[in-house]
Design a protein around this ligand. Structure first.
Ligand SMILES: *Cc1c(COP(=O)(O)O)cnc(C)c1O
Length: 354
């Protein structure tokens, strides 16, 4: 099963240990699968809104701690934190959450959906387990190993607990995701995978540099979200666009130019998921100071992908903002012919196949 369903299994297993607990404390991350997983597992999500620190949206530890006091630790099934997320949100403060969970004797599950490809995220997991409590963490196979959607890895530092989760699976399962992963790992080899990770890190910096140049030329700026090792964003401060229509239009324009991995987040959207209504779903908070566009450097992304993306974004911004595209960036401005196999869309981090 994919990540969201694997999280359901983790929570169902925790229920065996804490039959009375019904709340899950969840620092807000606007991704539907992980929110739905809590509802599918039969628990009541308690949303902890993020704190804005500079451009970054971070864990509000004080709010988390207060909520624990308010609800009573024994009534809380677990805290579900997140490492990998779209900018401007940054990974949760894992060490502090793990420490709090240890002190209060509350289980801690981490959604590490696409974090396995980032040494920063895996380091956070390692540290959290070292200083505090971390019961299990879950990652997607397609997002980290470039296999088709359908699998995930449930991991933890306590072998018995991980085995217990495995045992809750009702019935037989498809071998396809394991087979896909095995074939991929054998063909890459350990060195091949490590090279992919190193290349990704380099691509992140390449994307960041080019995106900031492109943004500056369009009189926008790169959001300063240094805590996020995979995803980044640029502002879209457009005139007369308080309803975000024009910003959203930029997203559509990119999409029709085969760039589907970017997300445009503009104010004003309300979304209901599993009976819960979110203000500005997608923004990870009720109101972010500006509209913005995000892009991510995920494993498998190439320099050509970045160049194609920047070239198309430059043109779109020029068109919308009336800036001459020649002034934007030192990138190859000629659109290469579009082939399905090499569109940027397939390589940029998608929205999690919700
Ligand atoms: C991809 C993703 C998930 C899980 O999605 P699945 O389709 O269930 O694999 C959960 N949370 C985040 C942040 C994700 O990016």
């Amino acid at each position: 099963m994919a990540t969201g369903m694997a999280l359901v299994l983790c929570m169902s297993t925790l229920r065996l240990k804490r039959p009375e607990a019904k709340y899950i404390l969840w620092p807000r991350i606007d991704q539907k699968s992980c929110f739905k997983s809590m509802i599918t597992a039969g628990f009541t999500p308690v949303i902890i809104e993020n704190r804005l620190e500079g451009d970054e949206l971070c864990t509000d530890l004080e709010a988390l701690s207060n909520k624990i006091e308010e609800l009573g630790a024994q009534n809380i099934l677990c805290v579900m934190s997140t490492t990998s997320c779209f900018a401007p949100r940054v990974p949760d403060k894992l060490e502090e959450i793990a420490t709090l969970c240890k002190t209060k004797d509350i289980p801690h599950i981490v959604n590490n959906a696409y974090g396995l490809q980032s040494s920063k995220c895996t380091h956070l997991l390692q540290q959290a387990a070292r200083v505090g409590r971390l019961d299990a963490f879950v990652q997607s196979t397609d997002k980290n190993f470039m296999v088709p959607v359908g699998g995930s890895i449930i991991a933890g530092f306590d072998k018995e607990f991980v085995e217990l989760i495995g045992k809750t699976y009702p019935g037989r399962a498809s071998a396809t995701p394991s087979m896909d992963l095995l074939i991929t790992l054998l063909s890459l080899g350990s060195s091949g995978y490590k090279k992919l990770l190193a290349d990704r890190k380099e691509m992140f910096e390449y994307l960041q540099h080019n995106l900031s140049v492109c943004a500056a030329n369009a009189e926008e700026r790169l959001l300063n979200t240094r805590g996020n090792p995979i995803s980044m964003g640029i502002t879209l401060s457009l005139e007369n666009d308080s309803d975000g229509k024009l910003a959203t239009e930029i997203g559509s324009m990119l999409f029709t130019r085969f760039v589907s991995g970017t997300r445009v987040v503009a104010p004003g959207k309300e979304n209901t998921i599993g009976g819960y209504t979110f203000q500005n779903f997608g923004a990870h908070c009720n109101s972010y100071p500006t509209a913005y566009l995000t892009a991510a450097a995920a494993v498998g992304m190439t320099k050509a992908d970045v160049d194609t993306f920047i070239s198309r974004l430059t043109k779109v911004l020029a068109k919308v903002k009336g800036v001459k595209s020649e002034t934007c960036g030192a990138v190859n401005d000629a659109d290469p012919p579009i082939k399905d196999s090499e569109t940027t869309s397939s390589r940029l981090q998608g929205d999690g196949h919700e």
